[in-house]
Design a protein around this ligand. Structure first.
Ligand SMILES: Nc1ncnc2c1ncn2[C@@H]1O[C@H](COP(=O)(O)OP(=O)(O)OP(=O)(O)O)[C@@H](O)[C@H]1O
Ligand SMILES: [Mg+2]
Length: 260
């Protein structure tokens, strides 16, 4: 049976490029004929709408699957992009922290749902900008974490908390959870601040930081309003090309792990 690599794309800070990274990395890998599932775990549902689909309300969604109401395999939607599927978000995800607060083993609900899937190569969790029950479920179910960091002032704010949470998850629930890499986003080549943030993050995290740095590129925020990943909206844009390079880097890191 094919065991998928499962990426939790997480950073507690809002607006750093989590959803953009999920949608575009997933699309770039699907273009290489890898079968991909995006699980939209954010009540905002930005990954769902970025792919031209509607956030669910009351229907089959990551919420209904998490709550054990629906089977995951019956709740996936096609995206219109070959090899790329999504489990859409629902606004009901907003209630998960309260609803699951005192439920036994609630950290494992997502893990047990995705373990029923056996035909995906990669699964991506688009996490909300908070370290609550949804992010906890993502980190428990994931094999790897990808952390997008925006090339901006206070870039590392919140990352320390995420690292502490990852440590806690390793100790208690998922000892093999790895950080696959740090992805620097929204880099502005004309700004000294952007350059110094990249330097700081590289000094702190060393080789964990991906070589590929995603530049600030106007095609990236334009694409979701057309319901498309930037790769399909404007393949030649620097934004799209940077995610193609990032996908290659992710695959290279996978090979390194497999070859020991
Ligand atoms: N490289 C980029 N260049 C320009 N704009 C970008 C880039 N990456 C992301 N954006 C824009 O920045 C905004 C935030 O990005 P995104 O939604 O991916 O962040 P997020 O971390 O998922 O946010 P949230 O924490 O709210 O879920 C979006 O409008 C997105 O289109
Ligand atoms: Mg998001």
């Amino acid at each position: 049976m094919n065991k998928p690599t499962i990426f939790a794309v997480s950073n507690q800070k809002g607006g750093v490029g989590k959803t953009t990274t999920v949608v575009n990395l997933a699309t770039a890998l699907s273009a290489l004929r890898k079968k991909i599932l995006i699980v939209d775990l954010d009540p905002q549902g930005n990954a769902t709408t970025s792919l031209g689909l509607k956030r669910q309300m009351g229907g089959k969604s990551s919420y209904s699957v998490l709550m054990g109401r629906d089977q995951i395999s019956e709740s996936l939607l096609e995206t219109g992009i070959p090899y790329l599927y999504i489990l859409p978000a629902s606004q009901e995800l907003l209630g998960v922290d309260l609803e699951l607060a005192s439920v036994d083993r609630c950290q494992f609900f997502l893990k047990s749902a995705v373990s029923q899937l056996d035909d995906f190569d990669y699964i991506f969790f688009d996490c909300p900008p908070a370290v609550g029950m949804l992010t906890m479920n993502a980190l428990v179910a994931a094999t790897d974490v990808i952390i997008p960091i925006q090339c901006e002032y206070l870039a590392l704010e919140g990352v320390a908390d995420l690292l502490k949470t990852i440590e806690k998850v390793r100790r208690n629930f998922n000892p093999n959870l790895k950080i696959k890499g740090i992805c620097m986003t929204m880099f502005d080549g004309r700004s000294n601040l952007s350059k110094s943030v990249v330097q700081d993050v590289r000094n702190y995290f060393g080789p964990l930081v991906f070589e590929t740095i995603v530049p600030r590129n106007v095609r990236i925020p334009e694409a979701p309003s057309h319901g498309k990943p930037v790769m399909l909206y404007d393949f030649r844009s620097v934004g799209a090309q940077s995610y193609v390079r990032l996908a290659k880097e992710v695959l290279d890191r996978e090979k390194e792990v497999k070859n020991g």
